[in-house]
Ligand binder design. Structure first.
Ligand code: MF3
Ligand code: CO
Ligand code: CO
Length: 276
């Protein structure tokens, strides 16, 4: 049994009900997500061989300060950084460190700013210098998975339609979908109902309704789907050490589809790949 509620009428914690947001709420998300997208745009010129993920994380913090906003990940459930930086076989939640990026690496940078109480959550993959063909293909497949998932968003369809679109395409491309992490409702809360699985069937899950806001953030592996979390309690890696990629957008369900809040104003949604 699924419940829906007007966002403003629900308590500000994840109670499992799915919030339906107003036009004003959508405006709040647009503002938050634009700042995140502008930071991800600016990072295109920051990411290069020799740069550390600590320096990237500092850039994300400073970019927030210049815009008067804080990263949501700072002190979130014990996480103490402004971004997640996930390199090569790291699936997600990589913790920035002092190791320089190397030519050929692929790195996901995941940023969430809180702007007027709204959470702008998005991530992109950044190639470091020249990357191998297999890595390039994984990035292309993963971005296409995200966009196919987004194309399945419309009122009346079930949330499972998103997962089916993603899984069908990923597996046809001989890649696998990570099961251990999912997209999520987002808005005044960083992580809210519903969960957005990146696999499954179109008949699964609750119906989408106008006003819902959530992320889609598929993690796609070149090898097998299985992951493990390292002793730091955060870093998730592929068990077979195969390459993993992820792109994330925040979207709002509209009368006839959805609005992507986190689109790049500069057209840099897939850095290093030909424009989609
Ligand atoms: N931004 C991530 C997401 O897409 C969440 C990161 S939580 C952290 O949901 F604590 F790891 F930073
Ligand atoms: Co997210
Ligand atoms: Co994110």
């Amino acid at each position: 049994m699924v419940n829906y509620i007007e966002a403003a009428a629900a308590p500000t914690r994840n109670t499992g009900v799915i919030r339906l947001h107003t036009a004003e709420d959508f405006e709040g998300m647009r503002r938050a997500c634009l700042i995140t997208a502008r930071c991800l745009d600016a990072l295109v010129d920051v990411v290069k061989p020799g740069v550390t993920t600590d320096a990237i994380d500092r850039f994300v913090f400073d970019f927030g300060m210049e815009n008067g906003v804080l990263p949501a990940t700072l002190n979130y459930r014990g996480y103490t950084r402004s971004s997640c930086t996930s390199i090569n076989h790291v699936v997600c939640h990589g913790i920035p460190n002092d190791k320089p990026l190397r030519e050929g690496d692929i790195v996901n940078i995941d940023v969430t700013y809180v702007v007027g109480g709204w959470h702008g959550d998005s991530s992109r993959m950044y190639p470091v210098g020249e990357i191998k063909r297999a890595a390039q293909r994984l990035l292309e497949v993963t971005h296409e998975c995200l966009m196919r998932g987004i194309a399945a968003v419309k009122p009346g369809a079930r949330i499972g339609a998103i997962g089916e679109a993603i899984q069908t395409f990923a597996e046809a491309e001989r890649c696998s979908v990570v099961r251990d992490f999912c997209g999520h409702g987002v808005g005044r809360l960083f992580h809210d109902a519903p969960n957005i699985l990146h696999y499954g069937r179109a008949s699964d899950g609750p119906e989408m309704r106008e006003g819902m806001i959530f992320t889609i953030e598929p993690m796609i592996n070149l090898g097998r789907p299985h992951v493990k979390v390292l002793a730091d309690g955060w870093t998730a890696v592929t068990r077979d050490r195969s390459l993993s990629a992820q792109y994330e957008h925040a979207v709002g369900v509209t009368a006839d589809g959805c609005e992507i809040f986190t689109l790049s104003p500069a057209g840099l949604d897939r850095p290093g790949l030909p424009a989609a």
